[in-house]
Design a protein around this ligand. Structure first.
Ligand code: UD1
Length: 362
């Protein structure tokens, strides 16, 4: 039964579209659900393709705030979101993950006294200057409902003294993947399109500021890729392409024969590539987890992870260490079945129900 409560979801970047997708049906069945796209990701293959493939209703409002430095970007989002919230008077604002759009949504709503629900709350890398860590700490502090995907995330919040509003929701990304599994397996066209055969390539993604913003790191990445000794499919994030271009290293990257650099891929192609790859190398939080869910070994190109549970399931932290990466590819981590605690919930229904309970009690 639909209530008259209005919920605004604020999204703006790829991983947020993925988390929103499993929720949209339940939210619009029960509430007046309004989707606000900040415009943080704006290229078709970073945004529209996700809405289409994941059947997310078109955003009701697009703020067209993309690009620029973090402060300026967040500031412009804040100004525009405040206007939308004052205009629409939502009963609740839902924010997702840890991007600048998450932070702006949390701040704009909290300043107006609108309750905030944080989807994927409680994750921590404990790297104080990581942009996402700053965003998620502030977002969690400002949220009344904290939808936690894992036990570790719940414990992180408790350790910070949070006592109210914690909900064990389970993992929406797992729910979406489980519902898409047969499509993911059937989707093979991209393999022949890129001249690849199953189990004969590694899927690589890279976009973290800490990895791609310095020339030194890009040189290191080129050195590692040159000596990797395996085919690589590398859908390149616009940030990473900009950096390679800025340091005049793009040509060198494109000239490595066994590395196939392609445009960013949509949800289905990315997940199928992770499924058919012999391994995934990534600095993405979402993809390291999705690879494990698909039982593909992962080398995570960071020194820490917010998803500690995955370290027991086939994820190995290798940073940008050439030795660890080359060794890791030679002797890949063993994958194990996904922990039942990740599988045993239906996060979207839990979130929709908890929102109802909260709004009734307001
Ligand atoms: C953002 C998130 C990160 C998330 C990632 C997923 C923050 C701080 N970071 O990082 O947590 O993992 O999204 O991809 O919010 N650009 C384009 N076209 C686009 C999108 C971006 O050209 O469609 C360019 C921007 O102009 C900018 C650069 O890529 O120069 C970086 O984009 P930005 O949104 O600032 O951060 P991401 O690196 O994508």
């Amino acid at each position: 039964m639909r209530t008259s409560f209005q919920i605004i979801s604020v999204v703006g970047a790829r991983p947020q579209f993925i988390k929103l997708a499993p929720l949209t049906k339940g939210l619009s069945r029960r509430y007046r659900h309004v989707i606000v796209h900040t415009g943080q990701h704006y290229d078709d293959n970073m945004s529209d393709v996700f809405f289409q493939q994941l059947e997310i209703p078109a955003a009701d409002i697009n703020l067209h705030v993309g690009g620029g430095r973090h402060g300026a970007m967040t500031g412009r989002m804040l100004t525009k979101l405040e206007r939308v919230f004052v205009d629409r008077k939502p009963d609740m604002v839902l924010i997702y993950g840890d991007t600048n759009s998450t932070l702006a949504g949390a701040l704009a709503a909290a300043k107006l006294g609108i309750p905030v629900g944080h989807v994927e709350a409680g994750l921590r890398s404990f790297v104080d200057n990581m942009p996402e860590e700053i965003n998620r700490r502030v977002a969690d502090q400002l949220s009344q409902l904290l939808f936690c995907p894992t036990t570790v995330s719940i414990n992180n919040l408790k350790a910070e003294g949070v006592r109210k509003g914690i909900v064990r929701s389970g993992d929406l990304m797992y729910e979406l993947l489980a519902n898409s599994r047969s499509l993911i397996k059937k989707n093979k066209a991209f393999l022949s399109q890129h001249g690849l055969t199953p189990n004969d390539f590694v899927l690589l993604t890279l976009h973290r500021a800490a990895n791609v913003d310095s020339e030194q790191n890009l040189l290191r990445i080129l050195d590692i890729l040159g000596d990797l000794g395996t085919n690589v499919l590398f859908p390149i994030h616009p940030r990473t392409r900009h950096r390679f271009r800025k340091f005049r290293l793009l040509k060198t990257l494109l000239n490595i024969d066994h590395v196939k650099v392609v445009e960013p891929m949509g949800y289905l192609d990315t997940l199928s590539a992770a499924f058919y790859a012999r391994a995934v190398m990534t600095d993405s939080g979402g993809l390291q987890k999705e690879a494990v869910f698909l039982q593909t070994p992962v080398l995570t190109l960071r020194n820490e992870t917010e998803w500690l549970e995955t370290l027991k399931m086939g994820n190995r932290l290798v940073g940008l260490s050439k030795h660890s990466i080359i060794e890791g590819i030679r002797s890949l981590p063993k994958v194990s079945k996904v922990d039942h605690r990740v599988r045993d919930k239906k996060p979207s229904s839990i979130i929709v129900e908890e929102l109802a309970r909260f709004l009734r009690g307001k």
